[in-house]
Write a protein that binds this ligand. Structure first.
Ligand code: FES
Ligand SMILES: [Fe+2]
Length: 411
């Protein structure tokens, strides 16, 4: 049996080889990223006006996301139909036409080939072959749909519409967090020293939250004993974990006299770092959501972020963060969001620790291709929900979804 034939009884043991195997990685690019999945491409607010475009990536494939004259968002592969050059070199801009610099083939904002330099040659000599049909040589298009300002694309004709793919539970949280006019307050991008699935597992892993990230329980920001739970979408593809603070929580979370840190003689020099305001009527203080395969929506107190993880080979990946605020925020609220975002960004306590663990696991499993990890916290099944976050069911759910897509190619 090869790794590609892996067909376990449950998803509570995962071969370490899946984090380094070249064949598995190549198959993921085809079966997961180009397969029956919706991939996050952009925020609509990044391309608000007609002609605005930005580049994106699906798996390793370069993509152009552009808003056309009618206001519709289109996505095409960023690959000239002539000889494969990148059509957009810049990360973002505004244009009426997309022109490849190599030989000036030019496309409209829907990816149709509009003109070719020297199409009829020069002084009657040269020119394209008589049977050349421009209409057959546009940019390769993706299906595109949006949800609360998030733009997704897919290469698949078979994947269900985005709303069905996300399902009602996941849509409800996206709407709760992003269902108002949002703007970008900042953006980070950094490398991760390991396979993309190590980081996605981490995003879905509620078990480690208060153990690895000890700053949070130390200062009373998150405890596994808080009210909360885990929800999975149908089939385990996506997940949401959340916790709900005390409804009588005062505006600043950093004021409890009995905090472990205070008893131990520790205090923050800048307590305003933890200053928050009760933004959500439901009282949710933390909500981490993953959308299969590589996207996440996150609300930690008043910090709203979306994150996209790009695979860059079997043992490397790149993480992109967008820090968001609501357009209607007051200046004070915006300042609070920005201050709090230091808690979770790559220079803060959360992302730095998660990133380090990705690299350490990669090093730890070197030479252990014939051994398995264990995901048995909370049982071995992939239930739709749990009221305990001391559970690895959403990580098992990821592997169930991944396995489903990877299997299809074996058929
Ligand atoms: S490769 Fe784009 S015009 Fe030739
Ligand atoms: Fe973490």
């Amino acid at each position: 049996m090869t790794l590609l034939d892996w067909n376990p009884e449950d998803f509570s043991e995962i071969p370490y080889a899946f984090y380094s195997d070249e064949d598995i990685y190549r198959r993921e690019l085809k079966q997961v990223f180009q397969g029956e999945a919706w991939n996050f491409l952009a925020l609509e607010c990044e391309i608000p006006d007609a002609g605005d475009y930005k580049t994106a990536t699906v798996g390793e494939i370069p993509i152009i996301v552009v808003r056309d004259e009618a206001g519709t968002v289109n996505a095409m592969v960023n690959r000239c139909a002539h000889r494969g050059n990148l059509v957009c070199i810049d990360e973002a801009g505004n244009t009426e036409r997309l022109t490849c610099v190599y030989h000036n083939w030019t496309y409209d904002l829907r990816g149709n080939l509009a003109s070719i330099a020297f199409e009829r040659g020069i002084r009657g000599k040269g020119g394209m072959a008589a049977d050349f049909d421009r209409s057959r040589h546009g940019l390769q298009r993706l299906r595109v749909e949006t949800c609360n300002g998030l733009v997704f694309g897919t290469f698949s004709d078979d994947v269900p519409p985005l709303a069905d793919y996300l399902g009602p539970e996941m849509r409800a949280n996206i709407d709760r967090v992003l269902g108002r006019e949002m703007e970008i307050l900042g953006k980070f991008q950094h490398g991760l020293d390991g396979n993309w699935k190590l980081y996605i597992e981490n995003v879905r892993d509620t078990y480690h939250a208060t153990l690895l990230h000890s700053f949070f329980p130390t200062f009373g920001l998150n405890r596994l004993s808080m009210k909360g739970g885990i929800e999975l979408s149908d089939g385990g593809l996506h997940h949401l974990t959340y916790s709900i603070g005390a409804t009588d929580r005062p505006e600043s979370q950093y004021n409890a006299r009995d905090l472990r840190a205070v008893k131990d003689g520790y205090a923050l020099n800048a307590p305003e770092l933890l200053q928050t305001w009760p933004e959500y009527a439901c009282g949710t203080t933390l909500a981490i959501q993953s959308i299969f395969p590589n996207f996440s929506v996150q609300q930690v107190s008043n910090v709203v972020t979306v994150r996209l993880l790009l695979p860059k080979g079997p043992d490397r990946s790149v993480l992109i963060w967008w820090i968001l605020g609501a357009v209607e925020d007051t200046a004070e609220q915006r300042a609070m969001r920005l201050r709090q975002s230091n808690l979770i960004g790559p220079g803060g306590y959360i992302a730095m620790e998660d990133g380090a663990v990705v690299g350490w696991v990669r090093r730890g499993v070197a030479g252990a291709e014939d051994r398995n990890s264990v995901l048995a916290m909370g049982g071995r099944g992939v239930e739709r929900e749990s009221d305990s976050r001391c559970n690895e069911l959403s990580v098992r759910g990821f592997w169930q979804g991944w396995h489903g897509l990877m299997r299809e190619s074996a058929a």
